[in-house]
Design a protein around this ligand. Sequence first.
Ligand SMILES: Nc1ncnc2c1ncn2[C@@H]1O[C@H](COP(=O)(O)OP(=O)(O)OP(=O)(O)O)[C@@H](O)[C@H]1O
Ligand SMILES: [Mg+2]
Length: 296
Amino acid sequence: MNDQAARLRQLIEKVKPNQTTSDAENAQPEKQKDARIIAISSGKGGVGKTNIAVNLAIALQDMGNRVALIDADLGLSNVDVVLGMVPRYNMFHLINGEKTIEDILLIGPKGLKVISGGSGTMDLINLSDESVKKLIELLMKLNKSSDYIIVDTGAGINRSVMSFIEATDELIVVVTPDPTSITDAYAVIKHAHKDDKALKIIVNQVESAKESSEVFEKLSAAADKFLGIKLVHLGFILNDKRVRQSVRAQVPFYVSYPKTSASQSIGMIAHELAHIEQFKQKKTFGQFIKRLLGGN
Ligand SMILES: Nc1ncnc2c1ncn2[C@@H]1O[C@H](COP(=O)(O)OP(=O)(O)OP(=O)(O)O)[C@@H](O)[C@H]1O
Ligand SMILES: [Mg+2]
């Protein structure tokens, strides 16, 4: 075991004993299972990740699940923009010791829990022990109080994005019919396919189901041939002007236009995700944290 892994194990052990003190969540029955942690990513930027993360999180919450949404996009952190929320504090304030978990936790539509990443926090390698402890506390608390943790990771394969992608069991890659989006999605899949992760694809901004299938076939044929992995076609979302209107109005489309085609698609994707056959959580929550923070 390397030094970093040993250090993390110690920190996780330190956090564990007092994680159950004093919070209101304790009134709830202890969950048996760890939360499903699902990262949403893409190769190319601007393909619809944030809109999908936000609306999918709301849809899952609407189905009776407890969902937490983490905005881990370093650049233009915009989960809050799509939600029309103005977070005063974010993870940065938490790990710096300026604010508590309660201070940074926002409550969104249908009771969705929202954590804003804040720029600079996601370079997780060089954090102090104190900061790592705060982050572990936060993630443990979210794990305990959620059925799903959805992470909007931002685009591309930089280190901060990859640390989330590599840590999670489940990855959704968003792709559009744009050829550069397809090749960039392939690059993410190539980096992420290690250790048998369940890789799911959403094809966004298509004109028809047929177009979605064509895009998926291109990606999955390449993944099958060159990487030897099978991708799952989780669903597609049509090009829908209500999405753009909702972004401008800063109200998620699943809330403002529940009947629009994009909302119906998100509903189907949420359903598919919840009922996906044979989903097996391969990593424990502790393993997730260790991976996230570079422990192994
Ligand atoms: N299904 C859709 N129909 C129409 N427009 C869409 C659809 N999905 C996304 N868009 C448009 O694409 C824009 C970008 O979406 P979004 O911010 O969710 O992408 P992103 O992948 O998170 O971008 P970034 O990489 O910058 O974080 C939205 O503001 C919206 O105008
Ligand atoms: Mg985004």
